[in-house]
Design a protein around this ligand. Sequence first.
Ligand code: PEP
Length: 251
Amino acid sequence: MNERPLLFAANWKMNVAPGEARTFLDRFLSLDKPRVGRTVAFFPPAVSLETTAARLRGHEHYLAGAQDVYWEAKGAYTGATSVALARGAGASAALIGHSERRHIFGETDAETNRKVRAVLDGGLMAMLCVGEKLAERERDETEIVVTRQLRAGLDGVAAGADIVIAYEPVWAIGTGRNATPSDAALVHAAIRRVLVQLGFDRDTRVLYGGSVNAGNVAQLIAEPEIDGVLVGGASLDPDGWAGICGVVGQG
Ligand code: PEP
């Protein structure tokens, strides 16, 4: 059994409008049993953040977060969401450096760092995503890539800051191919070594993401190095997502 509290995070990406979020959460909350030692986080698109956070308010074991933020506090940045705006909508966390931000929108390591620091300065939890592309894995560069992403993303961040790391191999996201639990655990152990070198303590959670589903989640979280999951596609159905989150405390 894992000693760090588990975190199950749903990344809805560019799906789930405000009305759909309300219907989803009504159904999910009717199915899910809150559990001590497990938090469920929802990362809806920006337009659905306020609705999501409002529906979860008062539920101790659930939280809402932004999928991305911009580091500037305010101004002429069309389309961007500041940390203060996300927080005002009810966010208590933000995803930073998701591979789709890095590889579709061209976000650099330096930019992820500015975002992580803005999130922490604004009093939210930062969930920093790291992970290698297929070609990098095939060149045996996984550890080099995630180490670079971690060191750059956490540059200037105080040890003890409210961070979670999500290891998401790019080749596993939305592809139906997931890292085996033992492969993921090896990378998680490498991530933890870097975190310790950077002064973070062993309580820092490291989640796994990439084609997690009802069929593989139990084996993944059985690995002591895996402190929860970040889930895209399989978090879009309330019954399915409740089933995944419900794996905690079974059997
Ligand atoms: C993700 O979007 O972070 C993700 C892991 O997606 P999927 O579960 O669909 O692979």
